[in-house]
Design a protein around this ligand. Structure first.
Ligand code: SF4
Length: 400
């Protein structure tokens, strides 16, 4: 079986990938123009320029590449991984003065929180935000928490915040006796919380919270209520809040939230013997129909361990699925959807931005530095440390 026989490229959609280069996207976490003069994407010397700048920086720089990044960027990564693994890797390389994070804004914040003051974290394009992180703003979350306080529920409610959130939301969680979770330790986080309180306030991904509560802890869908920050009182009555076991924030990932139960059924009808492998950020009905569900690292390991000739349809970001298909030509790997499904904000980090960031650093100018203020970093760290202390979590959890 050849590479091309094993992989069918999904059809492009007009909004699947933002244009290369400068610009802003009102839907991103930051939505800002990238300062500085970017090289044109058509520059034939971009790869050579990136190599030269990388070489000039040597061990002063450490380049992190998230699994969902483009190939053109991933080729320059010193390490690839999910967001928490990458933040930990940054901290594990204290000799690196510059951490160049090819990921999205909240990931760079986490790296800044976990690294020393001597290290500077750089995000090559400030417009690389995360639609899910954007769906929980700190003011909205504090308003919601005020409601728990007013109803006398705050003492019996434990906040759990998914890694994919702003530093401010992580700090809110730390201040209010909660913990962070990743998609591979959400179950332990919920169990930890229910040992301390009667209900969980889960932010910002409703799907991860619901899937974990129902499919792993055995709660019912009726035990989970949805808090919509755009409705008065979150759209919930006092009684609904009081009786809920899990209060889910109305947020979702725009990439994983796209997969529908229908595309699972279509894949099963189209591909004989196919196994469906999805990320827990997918909708509940999609996860219920899947054969396997797990974090990005889980998905990679499952495909590595799969028997030759086996057929898989994978519901996660397209760059990763394509790389898995090309790395495993002996297995039949398909993208779960029929159309393109990139993380458009993650894909804003392209080769021109990477070249610009590396060349600027090599020339002595720190660009697009991400700094989390001391108080926010302290409380976010408190919440992160609670996660690391969870039974069975330790040093290698796998988030996004
Ligand atoms: S894949 Fe989803 S959760 Fe991950 S960075 Fe993109 S929008 Fe955010």
């Amino acid at each position: 079986m050849t590479d091309t026989a094993a992989w069918t490229e999904p059809a492009p959609t007009p909004l699947a990938l933002l244009l290369l280069g400068q610009g802003s996207d009102a839907d991103t976490e930051r939505g800002v123009e990238c300062p500085g003069a970017l090289p044109p994407a058509s520059d034939p010397d971009l790869v050579a320029r990136a190599r030269a700048a990388r070489e000039a920086l040597g061990s002063r720089a450490y380049v992190l590449g998230h699994h969902y990044q483009r190939d053109e960027v991933i080729q320059f990564a010193d390490v690839t991984g999910d967001s928490f693994k990458l933040a930990q890797q940054a901290a594990a390389h204290p000799q690196a003065e510059f951490i160049v994070f090819c990921g999205v804004h909240f990931m760079a914040e986490s790296a800044d929180i976990l690294t020393s003051d001597a290290q500077q974290v750089v995000l090559p394009d400030l417009a690389a935000g995360c639609s899910m992180a954007d769906m929980a703003e700190i003011g909205q979350v504090e308003d919601a928490w005020d409601r728990f306080v007013a109803l006398g529920l705050a003492d019996s409610t434990i906040p759990i915040t998914y890694m994919n959130s702003t530093a401010a939301i992580k700090a809110f969680t730390g201040r209010n006796h909660g913990t962070i979770c990743t998609s591979s330790n959400a179950r332990q986080s919920l169990e930890w919380a229910f040992a301390r309180g009667e209900r969980v306030f889960f932010l910002p991904d409703q799907h991860l919270g619901r899937n974990t509560a129902v499919l792993e802890l055995g709660l019912s869908l009726a035990d989970c209520v949805l808090y919509d920050p755009h409705k008065p009182g979150g759209g919930l009555t006092d009684a609904q809040l009081r009786e809920a076991r899990v209060v889910l924030w109305r947020g979702h990932c725009s990439v994983h939230g796209r997969f529908t139960p229908e595309v699972v059924d279509e894949a099963r009808a189209r591909i004989p013997g196919v196994r469906i492998l999805v990320h827990p950020e997918c909708q509940h009905e999609v996860v219920r129909r899947a054969d396997l569900v797990g974090s990005t690292e889980f998905i990679i390991r499952a495909i590595e361990a799969a028997e030759p000739g086996s057929a898989w349809a994978i519901g996660t970001e397209l760059n990763l699925v394509r790389r898995l298909a090309l790395a495993h030509p002996d297995k039949q790997i398909s993208f779960l959807d029929r159309s393109v499904c990139y993380c458009s904000t993650m894909n804003r980090i392209d080769l021109p931005h990477l070249v610009w960031a590396l060349e600027s650093l090599a020339a002595g100018t720190v660009v697009n530095r991400i700094v989390v203020d001391t108080d926010t970093a302290h409380w976010a760290r408190v919440a992160l440390d609670r996660m690391l202390a969870l039974p069975g979590v330790g040093a290698t959890p796998s988030p996004d």
